[in-house]
Structures are given as C-alpha cells and as structure tokens.
Design a protein around this ligand. Structure first.
Ligand code: URA
Length: 212
C-alpha cells in the first residue's frame, strides 16, 4: 500500500469513529480521538483512552501526561511525535478519567486493529496496562515494562514494547525514572538506523535487545 492509500484508509477509520454514537461515552464526548501521526510509522504508541484535553481538542496525548510522553520520546530517541502514530485503545473519553469498561474496549477494538493493520509498524509501544493486556495478557506492568516481545497479531509479527503510562510516571519519581529508561531501551532497539524488512525469529522475551 502506498503512503497516500494508507492515509486515505486511516482517514476513513477516523471518520467512522467521529460519526459513531453507539456508546454513551461516544454520545457524551466533545470530540472523538481517533489518533494521529505518520501513516507509515515504524513505531505506534497506544495509550488507554482520551482525557479532558484530548476530548476538547480531538488529539491524543496532548494533556499533561501526553506532553511528558511526547517530550521524553523526542529528547531520548530523537524521534518526533509526528514520526510515530499515536492512538488509544478507546477512542472516546470515559467520564472522570475512569478506567474503560470491557464493553468500551471491545467496541473500539476493530478500529485499532485496522489502524495497526494499515500502518504495520515494526514496534508497538503500549502505554499502561489496558493497552499492554491487548497483546500480552496476564502479566504485571511493573515486571515486564521495558522488555520487548515478538507477538503475532492478525497474521503479522510485531515487537510489543510495554511501557508505563505517562500518568503513572507523573505520580512518582521511581516510575518516572523507569519510564525514561524504557525510552533509552527503545532508542537502543532502533540502532543502527536501518531496519531489516523481516524481523528475525526470536525467543519470546529479549532482555538485551539489539534488533536492528
Ligand atoms: N491518556 C491516554 O491514555 N491517552 C491519551 O490520549 C491521553 C491520556
């Protein structure tokens, strides 16, 4: 698929999401938040659900925790937010920043699956436990953050890189330091700059990755 075909398909999904009124959180939202970024991105960042500022702007990760994520990404890896694709498990804001319900996650699942399938990134960074659980169920984020895994998803192999949610990093310096360290690991995974077309078969967990 060409980049412009990818962009067109992503736009179509965004229009579907914006027109959707099948959930209370969709009916009550000011703006749906489909996601944004490079349709050809090598890295996707997948968060939980939009917060207040995301709801009022229609853009993902623009509030306090989003700014931390965007700033850490660029300062640590040299990659700008425009070069990745940023989105969420749930595309509408749950009231009072409550956790998304299983039903909300399920209703939004197909949109995210299609976004991933169109972009086909090399690496999916999951931000927080809801996003991690989509690819790596039944693990604790405090144990597995910063450890990439190869996961087969919709017939494609992706590197899933679990990270803390930036909101958790804002709550304490220990998690903040680990959050920043994980971006250093992400940068190391990207070295050297050229990435092979086919990612080699690896054991499920790599502790010292040097993938490219
Ligand atoms: N938290 C998320 O998980 N996603 C956003 O877009 C903003 C805050």
């Amino acid at each position: 698929m060409t980049i412009s075909e990818k962009q067109q398909q992503l736009n179509k999904i965004a229009e579907e999401i914006k027109a959707f009124k099948g959930l209370e959180i969709a009916k009550n939202s000011t703006h749906a938040v489909p996601g944004e970024g490079d349709p050809n991105a090598q890295i996707m960042m997948v968060g939980e659900a939009p917060g207040q500022l995301e709801n009022s702007t229609g853009r993902p990760f623009v509030g306090q925790s989003g700014q931390l994520m965007r700033k850490t990404l660029t300062e640590t890896t040299g990659i700008t937010p425009e070069e990745v694709f940023i989105t969420n498990i749930v595309k509408f804001r749950p009231p009072d920043n409550r956790d998304p319900t299983p039903d909300e996650i399920e209703v939004c699942r197909d949109w995210l699956d299609r976004q991933i399938n169109i972009i086909q990134p090399k690496i999916i960074c999951t931000l927080g436990r809801f996003s991690m659980a989509k690819f790596i169920p039944d693990v604790s984020i405090s144990r597995v953050h910063g450890q990439p895994r190869f996961v087969e998803f919709l017939g494609q192999k992706y590197i899933i890189f679990p990270m803390y949610h930036p909101a958790a990093a804002l709550r304490g310096t220990t998690v903040l330091n680990e959050f920043k360290q994980d971006f250093v690991k992400l940068k190391n995974m990207l070295n050297p700059v050229s990435m092979p077309q086919n990612i080699p078969e690896e054991k499920p967990i790599i502790t010292q990755p040097s993938l490219f």
